[in-house]
Ligand binder design. Structure first.
Ligand SMILES: [Zn+2]
Ligand SMILES: [Zn+2]
Length: 295
């Protein structure tokens, strides 16, 4: 039997999450139950319900998730003419009609106060006239962004979304990459597609949200890899999303992932791992581990 990796050693279990899904409660074509069943058929442990500006599907979602043994993460795709932000773990639909006046950072603060996280959706999507409001056009503080969708539906601008995420890290964002189906129909939800994988302490909505908050996240097409740092002399290990002091840290990955380093403007470094296929297509990106400066 293979030796348990550093995540298993800390009792962290890998869960497959669909963080972005639509139903008949907004512009989806199928019922909540049909969408959840389809997700379960392709191995998801957790599903978020994220209809546009509504939580009206929640009672059905609670019943369906319970029946199917899925972890339910309640959410809303806050949909505006300047971009879409998926908020996960909220109990209320955030007010979106006054965001022109309040700004998107106020939304992020409100969502966190409600126990949730904010994910910027399909930032590089084409806006009007192709899809009005789909591209990201809000000025946003890096600190307001918990997750950034790098993978979205087929045809999405993966490399552009990756580049925008890197820019956010340079600006000091403590932001994890996400992979979203943004599925609107049963066939879409039953397709194998990029998923957000989290290392959770427990198999529950609270466990998933905690993992998202702590950035123990890998966005991946197919199986994710493990990425961690090992300290030469201390014998200690740093996992995804952790912040460690400078030192002789050695990056380690399972599988064929490459390690990349971002120099953050304030002097910190963000190290993360990335995997591409034989045709250089992006397959997986991990959240960073941050190395703080000593001064
Ligand atoms: Zn959207
Ligand atoms: Zn959507």
């Amino acid at each position: 039997m293979a030796e348990a990796g550093p995540y298993a050693q800390r009792d962290l279990r890998l869960l497959k999450l669909e963080p972005h899904l639509h139903t008949l409660h907004s512009d989806g074509q199928d019922s909540v139950a049909a969408m959840f069943e389809a997700c379960r058929s392709v191995g998801y442990d957790a599903v978020a319900l994220t209809d546009h500006n509504t939580l009206s599907g929640l009672p059905e979602a609670v019943e369906a998730a319970d029946r199917l043994g899925l972890i339910l993460v309640p959410g809303v795709e806050v949909t505006t003419f300047r971009g879409h932000a998926v908020v996960l773990g909220v109990r209320h639909v955030p007010e979106w009609r006054d965001l022109e006046a309040r700004g998107i950072n106020a939304l992020a603060a409100e969502v966190r106060a409600d126990g949730g996280v904010l994910s910027v959706a399909h930032a590089a999507a084409l806006g009007s006239p192709i899809c009005s409001g789909c591209g990201w056009d809000w000025p946003i503080e890096p600190a307001s962004v918990d997750l950034w969708e790098i993978f979205n539906s087929p045809g999405a601008e993966v490399e552009l979304d990756l580049a925008l995420w890197r820019q956010l890290l340079v600006r000091g964002g403590i932001t994890a990459p996400a992979a979203a189906g943004d599925v609107h129909s049963k066939p879409g939800a039953a397709r194998r597609r990029p998923a957000t994988y989290v290392y959770a302490r427990e198999r529950s909505c609270a466990g998933v949200l905690d993992a998202l908050r702590q950035r123990r996240v890998v966005a991946a097409v197919g199986a994710p890899f493990e990425f961690w740092l090992e300290h030469d002399s201390l014998g200690s290990v740093a996992l995804l999303g952790e912040h460690v002091a400078e030192g002789s840290w050695k990056p380690r990955t399972s599988g064929s992932a490459q390690v990349e380093t971002i120099e953050v403007r304030d002097g910190r470094r963000a190290m993360y791992a990335i995997r591409r296929d034989a045709n250089s297509q992006l397959e997986a990106v991990s959240a960073p581990i941050w190395i703080e400066t000593s001064h």
